[in-house]
Design a protein around this ligand. Structure first.
Ligand SMILES: Cc1cc2nc3c(=O)[nH]c(=O)nc-3n(C[C@H](O)[C@H](O)[C@H](O)COP(=O)(O)O)c2cc1C
Length: 212
């Protein structure tokens, strides 16, 4: 049976654009895969503990793990299992201080394990839907400051993922932030969101085998 693993990482339960995009993708995926199943993980509601010494040493001597190492291994196997059992992995991710949310990094550091997931995800489709408050397009003063996508592309390559799909919406603070309000970028914000939603629709409507 086709399976989707859907993960969100915005701290916002309401008003989140990355959650809006991931929910839209999941809705389209469900419609395209009526017999499919979905697992959902919310890293804000249910954060994964940061890496600790038990986690980094859990596989050093697999015959003699202490209780903390054994517990760390169980958690990594659970997180890896959620990804390994999926055909499609959908990630919703905001930009926080020019990088991913720390909750996402904590999840990844425990999910990316040699012998479990590293080099093992070549048969998965990865779709990353992202939101950022400012504008980072070509020629903008902060072009290249959004380090999520280049970083995550390297991580996904290490995991064996081929051709991950990234869908971005930006300028989400155009109306919300008093500092940006005077720039009158509300229309550009709406346009960016519309393009992102249409891009997701295109993954399904083009019937290119990516999402159905
Ligand atoms: C702690 C924090 C740090 C942020 N850092 C940035 C940033 O570096 N660049 C940026 O463009 N927006 C930044 N933002 C704005 C978010 O990227 C923006 O609100 C985005 O829409 C959040 O995703 P969400 O809508 O899914 O919650 C930050 C927001 C928070 C809460």
């Amino acid at each position: 049976m086709t399976h989707l693993f859907h993960l969100d990482s915005s701290v916002r339960a309401e008003g989140s654009r990355s959650r809006k995009l991931s929910a839209h993708y999941a809705e389209r995926w469900r419609a395209a895969n009526p017999d499919g199943s979905v697992t959902y993980r919310d890293l804000s509601a249910d954060p994964i503990p940061h890496l600790d010494v038990a986690a980094v040493s859990m596989d050093w001597d697999t015959e003699r793990r202490n209780a903390d190492q054994a517990a760390a291994r169980v958690l990594s196997e659970q997180l890896a299992g959620e990804v390994l059992s999926a055909d499609t992995v959908l990630i919703g991710m905001p930009l926080y201080n020019f990088g991913p949310p720390s909750t996402f990094k904590a999840w990844l550091d425990r999910m990316a394990v040699r012998g479990l997931t590293i080099g093992a995800l070549g048969d998965k489709e990865f779709v990353v839907v992202t939101a950022r408050g400012g504008g980072y397009g070509p020629g903008s003063p902060r072009e290249g400051w959004d380090h999520r996508e280049p970083w995550l592309r390297h991580v996904l390559e290490m995991l064996g993922v081929n051709d991950p799909i990234f869908v971005e919406t930006e300028l989400t603070l155009a109306r919300e932030s008093p500092a940006m309000a005077e720039l009158n970028l509300g229309d550009a914000e709406d346009q960016s969101l519309a393009v992102a939603l249409a891009t997701i629709d295109g993954l399904f409507d083009n019937n290119d085998g990516l999402a159905a």
